[in-house]
Design a protein around this ligand. Structure first.
Ligand SMILES: [Zn+2]
Length: 305
């Protein structure tokens, strides 16, 4: 890995993060000049670009120094070959040549990719998957996403939509999902699903997934059971993925994975009962090492593809 300074741009659904990443030859990354901006969900291409350029200029002033390349993560479907943001379901953005716009402004190489695929790549370069060629990266927060690395490369699928882990069906006739299906992991094992399951079990309304995690850590049996059940559903999905892909590891990130310890017992138990053991007995179930700045690591990893 060549040491580089990378302008990292993490465009989310509701926020924008920029920082200058200094990547050392050994893969250690340090960030400076962090800037965070809220993004209005109604923003179109021009507003997003304007906010991103302003944030980047602020980062470059604060970080005081040159850079070699730009890495941009986007929420939604991307074409990494051209750096085009093809589609964002929440804002309706289509065919946005975001890399070209950055190239024109900064005259540097620019790489852009879907945020979850980029997280998987960052985990391989900077995180727990260094040296691992075949793994699935899963983010669990308000939604569930998946990124797949096979043979040491991101596997995007025919239409760029491979590894939609969140839409594996885990509950027959279960909760309605945003995709129109029922019983998807995204409807059954996210933060909102944890809150809903807890409310159904206890009759206590208004508790977030984080509140339930705190209660579980205090030893409350219902809260522990909610996390255990959620872990089982993730384990069911992980086993289906392992049986199909035979990966070396499955890595969990995202806000809900901060409570990975609470999910792990149910997850492992269901995973072990559902896998074809002979083929998958050594699959490693891991927690991300990227932490809450995963998006910035993801952006910083893209010029190394
Ligand atoms: Zn779905």
């Amino acid at each position: 890995m060549h040491p580089k300074r990378i302008l990292a741009v993490d465009i989310g659904g509701s926020k924008l993060l920029t920082a200058l990443a200094s990547v050392a030859a050994g893969g250690h990354v340090s960030f400076s000049g962090r800037v965070r901006r809220e993004l209005d969900r109604r923003f179109g291409k021009a507003e997003i670009l304007d906010a991103a350029f302003r944030a980047c200029d602020e980062t470059l002033r604060a970080a005081d120094g040159g850079f070699d390349a730009v890495g941009i993560t986007i929420p939604g479907l991307a074409d990494p070959e051209t750096g085009t943001w093809i589609y964002a379901p929440f804002s309706g953005i289509r065919d946005f040549p975001v890399a070209e716009e950055f190239r024109r402004r900064y005259a540097k190489p620019v790489a852009a990719e879907n945020d979850v695929n980029a997280c998987a790549w960052a985990e391989r370069l900077f995180g727990v998957c260094r040296g691992i060629d075949d793994f699935l990266w899963v983010t669990v927060s308000n939604g569930i996403g998946g990124g797949l690395v096979l043979g040491g490369k991101i596997f995007a699928g025919h239409f760029g939509c491979a590894a939609e882990f969140g839409h594996l069906k885990v509950v027959e006739g279960g909760a309605l999902c945003g995709c129109g299906g029922r019983g998807c992991l995204e409807a059954e094992a996210t933060g909102p699903a944890i809150a809903r399951r807890y409310a159904q079990m206890t009759g206590k309304e208004g508790f977030s997934a984080r509140d339930v995690a705190l209660a579980a850590r205090r030893g409350e049996a219902d809260a522990r059971e909610v996390y255990r059940k959620t872990g089982e559903l993730l384990g069911k999905g992980a086993a289906a993925a392992a049986n199909l892909l035979n990966p070396e590891a499955i890595v969990f990130g995202g806000g809900v994975a901060e409570s990975f310890d609470l999910l792990l017992e149910g997850l492992r138990e269901k995973f072990n009962s559902d896998i074809m053991t002979f083929a998958n007995k050594n699959v490693r179930i891991l927690k991300t090492k990227l932490g809450y700045e995963a998006g910035l690591f993801a952006a910083a990893s893209l010029p190394y593809r």
